[in-house]
Design a protein around this ligand. Structure first.
Ligand SMILES: Cc1cc2nc3c(=O)[nH]c(=O)nc-3n(C[C@H](O)[C@H](O)[C@H](O)COP(=O)(O)OP(=O)(O)OC[C@H]3O[C@@H](n4cnc5c(N)ncnc54)[C@H](O)[C@@H]3O)c2cc1C
Length: 370
């Protein structure tokens, strides 16, 4: 391949973040080429748990999460499918008085965000959610949080971007990139060369590799949440469940299968991770204590994935510190599926206006120095 493809904006990475950015940029009339080393939505964005919750997000992340909450309500208009998105509610369980106290503090701190958190304990909790085990001290319910099917939502963002006019190049890895007065020039592993005025790095757990091409070194680690799904069970869990302090989460879909997660798997190679039997056993033991109805459930499949973590609970979102015209959005850990549509919109703001109305300073790449 020798012809150079020229465009306004190249996006590296077709997960929910990059595909959403492509969609919002096309809606503003910007030419876009979206390049993914695999298939769009096949990495973290397609294999995650599917939690679409604001509850538990940090105060810094909540404005973005809140904007995403609004966009999830428009999912059908954005990507033409419902994505099995439901506002089931998100119930965060507390295993002790101290954990319940932490939920009380969180509710007080986040009152301005419209989450309407409702604290329940003792008989009130048992009455409302009779399937919760007696070892649970209390819980916090966020009535309008929910869950969705990542396997269909994330690729649908890329398809929607394509319908809106984005050029999508799958199975195409960007292996080299440079910036000169004429903009960006990228080389892909199939020999394809690409040129653009702006570049957006949405390479997920591999985003630090792309940033490094522009002299930006960020301490990104890869982590591998272990996930599994049970056989179809009679439907009895009507909310998305998490635990204060982490450790396990579960949601039941309309077909009756329970999707579970909460421990770590391991990397099988630099692009593929496995859950491991030990992690899955730990998850099922933890959940069996809190939700006794799960104790004898059979698992039919388990998996893991690659997500990035900087260890400070925050992704990188915003302009490059070294290279004008380059924007980053990578290193999302546990929040990227829910916030993804809003991150795409924010990236479109940066590319078209150089700024956005949602506070992004906490996520600046500059927090790591040059
Ligand atoms: C098992 C698991 C459970 C999770 N549960 C939740 C949850 O319940 N709720 C939630 O909000 N979040 C959850 N997350 C996190 C969420 O899935 C991610 O934060 C989010 O999907 C990140 O999206 P992304 O587009 O940044 O990355 P990805 O989906 O990983 O996409 C990045 C893309 O970049 C491509 N790429 C990388 N390098 C290159 C290159 N050099 N050239 C071209 N393409 C490249 C990759 O092929 C990939 O498709 C979970 C993650 C995992 C792994």
């Amino acid at each position: 391949m020798s012809d150079v493809i020229k465009t306004d904006t190249i996006i590296i990475g077709g997960g929910i973040v990059g595909a959403s950015a492509a969609l919002f940029l096309r809606r503003r009339g910007v030419q876009v080429v979206l390049v993914d080393a695999a298939q769009c939505g096949s990495k973290a964005s397609g294999v995650n748990y599917g939690g679409v919750r604001r509850q538990g997000r940090s105060l810094e992340l909540l404005p973005l999460s809140q904007r995403a909450f609004e966009l999830w309500a428009q999912l059908g208009q954005l990507i033409d499918i419902d994505g099995e998105y439901i506002r089931s509610g998100h119930l965060k369980l507390a295993r002790s008085r101290d954990d319940f106290g932490a939920l009380e503090i969180y509710r007080a701190q986040t009152r301005g965000f419209g989450m309407n958190l409702e604290l329940l304990s003792g008989g009130a909790l048992q009455k409302r959610f009779p399937w919760v085990g007696p070892s649970v001290y209390g819980a916090s319910l966020c009535p309008e949080d929910g869950h969705a099917n990542p396997r269909i939502v994330s690729p649908a963002f890329a398809r929607a971007a394509h319908r809106a006019g984005a050029v999508i190049m799958e199975n195409t890895r960007v292996v080299a990139a440079s910036c000169s007065g004429n903009g960006f020039e990228l080389l892909c592993d199939n020999g394809q060369r690409l040129q653009s005025a702006q570049l957006v790095n949405c390479a997920g757990a591999w985003g630090a590799d792309v940033a490094r091409l522009f002299g930006e070194d960020t301490p990104l680690l890869a982590i591998h949440p272990a996930m599994a799904v049970t056989e179809p069970l009679p439907v009895f869990i009507d909310v998305n469940i998490g635990i204060q302090g982490g450790g396990a989460y579960i949601r039941q879909v309309a077909r009756g299968n329970c999707v579970v997660g909460g421990a770590r798997g391991f990397a099988a190679d630099p692009h593929y991770a496995k859950p491991g039997a030990e992690a899955i056993t730990v998850i099922m033991q933890r959940l069996g204590e809190l939700v006794p109805g799960l104790r004898h459930a059979q698992l039919i499949r388990s998996w893991s994935g690659y997500e990035g973590s900087f260890g400070d609970g925050k992704p990188v979102i915003g302009p490059s510190a070294t290279t004008p015209g380059l924007f980053h959005a990578y290193g999302f850990c546990g929040e990227g599926f829910q916030t993804g549509p809003a991150v795409g919109e924010v990236l479109a703001d940066f590319v078209t206006h150089g700024k956005t109305s949602i506070p992004m300073e906490p996520f600046s790449i500059q927090r790591f120095g040059r």
